[in-house]
Design a protein around this ligand. Structure first.
Ligand SMILES: O=C(O)C[C@@](O)(CF)CCOP(=O)(O)OP(=O)(O)O
Length: 327
């Protein structure tokens, strides 16, 4: 007996960052976050629960993954298996259309697609916001990839972990785009999981980050409501830099900036001097994401290609939430 589910989920880039857990086991964050789902990067995942299998297996881009990775997936599958009448081992096959682990939030689309595929294969067919509480247990940022456009991941309450879930904010269909400057697409040095753990534990700036992130989020939601792109961009840029400031104060300090990250930041400021509304944000990697008007992307690429090779400039429109695919 085989139970099959196939899903696609797109990655997302946080505009109000998730950086720190209040509960590691349940992936409960210290603050709520807000992101933009991107159309350009996604993961397709097929899950086959099969009573003929005697162990779980995980193929990523056609390559069998090491035991550690497979065990992580197996633990995630158990979230669904414990709700199924029979226990089945599973074969998981993922195709990542995202440079893996390069600060391009590949874990976000991966666990969102896996949650989507499990939701179908298991027959649970949970509503998407409830499904996001499962994705959250794979990787916090994947919670937000269950929906498209602008998405909020509500931090939830300590008394009810399932209240920590994502919900749709806005479809971002008002001339919104993002240009990604790929400074370095190699595996990053410090994982976001370790980076945030170290920051929470040792950075004196961390408490201030949590407080200001709350006000940033409230103001950003008002800006989205009012389609006030300038305020949306300014909060995006300051919130991301405040997150990196907390890391610089960690012990030992964590710095994801490479020299060309700084160069990219300067180029974004130059775009604004040219009168182009463009705002940058960075995650747990050296790459720089430029939040901009979709209609300005060609001009922005033209300006940035004076400094960065075109092959390192990726444009993206807003993406949709998790969808089911057929064989
Ligand atoms: O995406 C954001 O809000 C900001 C970050 O990308 C970093 F800048 C955090 C991503 O953390 P994630 O990989 O989800 O951690 P996990 O829950 O330990 O798996």
């Amino acid at each position: 007996m085989k139970l099959i589910g196939i899903a696609r989920a797109h990655t997302n880039i946080a505009l109000i960052k998730y950086w720190g857990k209040r509960n590691k086991e349940l992936f409960l964050p210290m603050n709520s976050s807000l992101s933009l789902t991107l159309d350009a990067f996604y993961t397709d995942t097929k899950v086959t629960f099969d009573d003929a299998l005697t162990e779980d297996s995980f193929l990523l881009n056609g390559e069998a993954q090491a035991v550690e990775e497979t065990n992580k997936i197996a633990k995630f599958l158990d979230l669904f298996r414990q709700q199924m009448p029979e226990y089945y081992y599973a074969k998981v096959e993922s195709l990542n259309f995202v440079p893996t682990a390069a600060g391009l939030a590949s874990s976000a689309s991966a666990f969102a697609a896996l949650a989507g595929a499990c939701n179908l294969a298991s027959g649970l067919n949970l509503p998407i916001d409830e499904l996001s509480t499962y994705a959250r247990r794979g990787s916090g940022s994947s919670t937000r990839s269950l929906f498209g456009g602008f998405v909020e991941w509500d931090m939830g309450s300590d008394s009810d972990a399932s209240s920590s879930r994502a919900h749709f904010i806005d479809d971002a269909s008002w001339d919104i785009g993002m240009v990604i400057i790929v400074v370095n697409n190699q595996k990053k040095t410090v994982s976001s999981r370790l980076g945030m753990e170290q920051t929470v534990a040792t950075s004196p700036f961390y408490p201030a980050w949590v407080e200001t992130a709350k006000t940033d989020l409230a103001q950003m939601k008002q800006a989205i409501q009012a389609k006030d792109f300038k305020t949306l961009g300014e909060i995006t840029e300051t919130n991301g830099m405040k997150m990196h400031a907390t890391m610089l104060g960690a012990n030992p300090p964590i710095c994801y900036f490479e020299p060309e990250s700084i160069l990219a930041q300067q180029q974004v400021r130059q775009l604004r001097e040219l009168g182009i509304p463009a705002y940058m944000t960075m995650d747990a990697g050296p790459n720089v994401k430029v939040l901009c008007r979709a209609s300005d992307m060609p001009r922005i690429k033209g300006e940035l290609s004076k400094v960065f090779d075109e092959s390192r400039l990726i444009t993206s429109l807003p993406g949709e939430g998790v969808i089911s695919l057929s064989e």
